[in-house]
Design a protein around this ligand. Structure first.
Ligand SMILES: Nc1ncnc2c1ncn2[C@@H]1O[C@H](COP(=O)(O)OP(=O)(O)OP(=O)(O)O)[C@@H](O)[C@H]1O
Length: 329
C-alpha cells in the first residue's frame, strides 16, 4: 500500500502565556512571563493510502485542526515526522502546495463582492493553470457541483450552500491529490450537506484523490468514510473501520417496536434496556450477541405490530468512546 499521508509521532505543544489580572501582575507578567503548555497533539501516527476517504473524529479541542495544519504545513510540529504526497509539509514547497488543498468550513477564500469566477481566476494564476484547462475544469466542477450559472454573480448573493460549493471549486481548481477538509459542511442545511458529501465522493472516485475530513455531522462520516481516526486530548484512540468502531464501542443494537396497544415499562424490561416508551412506540437496547433470541422472544410474547432493528446512532457511539477515554481503558 502506497502511503500518500504519513504521520509518525506527530506532536504539537503550544506555549500559552499565563496572564493574571491587575496592574502589579501585569508588570510581573511583563518581567517574569509564565507559560502553560497545551499539548494539542501528542505522538500521533497513521498512514493513509492513495484514494482513501478517512474520517477524523474527536470532540472540540481534541487536536484535529492542529493535525490538519501540520499536515498542510501551516504549523511546525514540536516533534515527529510527516510526509504528504512525498513532501515534508512544513517546507511548503511549491510542488507540495500544488498537490494538496485545505478547506475549512469556517474560513472563506472567495472575495465577497466579486463573482466567484474572478476569485477562481486568481487561483488559476497562482497555480499556473493555462486558460483552456481553467475553463475546462471550471465547467466540469461546476457541473458536478450543480453551480452552473451561479458563478457570475457576487459571492455575497449566493446561498450558504452555493458559497460552500464555490469554495470547494476554488480549492480544487489546481486538481490536488490530497484533500484536507475541516468541517466542510458546517452550518449547511440538510440538502446542501448531502450535495457536498455526494460531490466529495464523486470527486474521490473520478480523480482517485485522497480525503481526510472532520465533521460534526456523523451522517457525513458514515456516508463517506469506511475508515476513521479518533483523536481525544491530542492522542489517537482508534484507527480502523467505522464498522469496527461500532462493534467495539456499541456492543448493542436498537430495537424499535410498534405495539398493538400501550404496555407498561415493566412488560418490556425482560427484553432489553428500555430507551424510550411513548404510547404504542418503544425503543429497546439489546446486546448484539443476544439479538436473535431476544427478537424471537419479543415476537412470541408481546403484541407487536412492527419491529425494526437498527444500529445505534453514531453520535451516541462516539460519545461513549470519549466517555470511556475519560475514565481510562
Ligand atoms: N495557536 C494556538 N495557541 C495555543 N493553543 C492552541 C492554538 N491552536 C489550538 N490550540 C489548543 O490546542 C488544542 C487543540 O485544538 P484544535 O483546534 O486542534 O482542536 P480541534 O480538534 O480541531 O477542535 P474543534 O473541533 O473545536 O475545532 C485546544 O486545546 C486548543 O485550545
Amino acid at each position: 500500500m502506497e502511503a500518500v499521508v504519513l504521520a509518525e509521532d506527530l506532536t504539537k505543544h503550544y506555549r500559552v502565556a499565563l496572564k493574571e489580572e491587575g496592574l502589579l501582575s501585569t508588570l510581573r507578567h511583563f518581567l517574569f512571563r509564565r507559560y502553560r503548555e497545551v499539548r494539542a497533539v501528542e505522538g500521533v501516527s497513521f498512514r493513509i493510502a492513495r484514494g482513501e476517504r478517512v474520517g477524523f473524529l474527536g470532540p472540540n479541542g481534541a487536536g484535529k485542526t492542529t493535525t490538519l495544519k501540520m499536515l498542510t504545513g501551516l504549523v511546525h510540529p514540536t516533534r515527529g515526522k510527516a510526509l504528504v504526497a512525498g513532501h515534508v509539509p512544513w517546507r511548503r514547497e511549491k510542488a507540495f502546495l500544488k498537490k494538496i488543498t485545505l478547506v475549512m468550513g469556517n474560513k472563506q477564500q472567495l472575495i465577497w463582492d466579486l463573482p466567484a469566477l474572478d476569485s477562481f481566476r486568481l487561483n488559476a494564476a497562482i497555480y499556473e493553470i493555462p486558460e483552456g484547462e481553467f475553463r475546462r475544469r471550471v465547467g466540469e466542477l461546476s457541473e458536478m457541483l450543480g453551480l452552473t450559472g451561479k458563478l457570475h454573480q457576487p459571492v455575497r448573493k449566493l446561498s450558504l450552500g452555493e458559497r460552500m460549493k464555490a469554495e470547494l471549486l476554488a480549492a480544487l481548481l489546481h486538481r490536488p491529490e490530497v484533500l484536507f477538509l475541516d468541517e466542510p459542511t458546517l452550518g449547511l442545511d440538510v440538502n446542501a450537506q448531502v450535495a457536498v458529501r455526494e460531490f466529495l465522493k464523486a470527486y474521490n472516485e473520478r480523480y482517485g484523490a485522497t480525503l481526510l475530513l472532520t465533521s460534526h455531522y456523523m451522517a457525513d462520516i458514515s456516508a463517506l468514510c469506511e475508515r476513521v481516526l479518533v483523536i481525544h486530548r491530542g492522542r489517537l484512540l482508534y484507527d480502523g473501520a467505522l464498522e469496527g468502531l461500532l462493534e467495539r464501542f456499541a456492543p448493542y443494537r436498537e430495537v424499535g417496536l410498534v405495539l398493538a396497544r400501550p404496555l407498561p415499562k415493566e412488560a418490556l424490561l425482560p427484553f432489553g434496556e428500555v430507551r424510550e416508551l411513548a404510547g404504542q412506540e418503544a425503543k429497546l437496547l439489546v446486546p448484539r450477541e443476544r439479538l436473535t433470541e431476544r427478537v424471537a422472544e419479543i415476537l412470541r410474547r408481546l403484541p407487536v405490530e412492527d419491529l425494526e432493528v437498527r444500529e445505534p446512532p453514531l453520535e451516541e457511539v462516539i460519545a461513549r468512546v470519549f466517555q470511556k477515554a475519560e475514565v481510562g481503558p
